[in-house]
Design a binder for this molecule. Sequence first.
Ligand code: C5P
Length: 221
Amino acid sequence: MSKSYIPVIAIDGPSASGKGTVAQIVANNLGYHYLDSGALYRIVALAALEKGVDWQAEEAIAKLVPQLNIAFAQGEIYLNNSNVSERIRTEKIGQGASQVAAHPMVRLALVNLQHSFRQTPGLVADGRDMASVIFPDATVKIFLTATAEVRAERRYKQLVSKGQKADYQKILMDLQDRDARDTNRATSPLIPDPEASLLETSELTVEEAVNIVQATLLKNV
Ligand code: C5P
């Protein structure tokens, strides 16, 4: 079967918009594969940090990418056989991810790996450029967002529920910082694809957002 016949639900949006949660539930409900593309940029940032490669060193980081052995299994993420699921979720690595993601050579080096997730019966892919660059022929394109304040509050509650220290004002500032870098970069900036349906989730529950995404798929198949 040609890859273009395998359905893709592309869910793009800013940090902490809840797109990862929604994407994973939709993938589970439909029995589809799931691609967390942000995790790939986070892994690259972590690998560069561990190897002492500066996040601004575009060429050196792009050369590092093919050497990385990245695996997703049972909800865990592995880099060179070591479980990095927790380590890639820190704020520092989030900031590093958005720096390495601004380099066109790094983005290019990750394209084939992202395409390889398109397997039957289908894929739910979440990120910033799933609809515009990686899967422009996606069956469904959603731009999922919420106000910066609502996103910061969600992240704050998530950290507190895990027993971690959290400072709402700092989280809000970090989010706005990352939004600005992701939106203003020259390559694959964070902007809704013209074909994407906008899904504003500030006033929605996760379940409501999931239902809207699934209803959009039904309308498009
Ligand atoms: O989604 P997440 O917050 O984990 O992504 C981390 C960073 O990776 C983002 O801030 C963004 O800069 C980058 N990213 C990207 N393109 C994607 C996914 C993530 O540039 N498709």
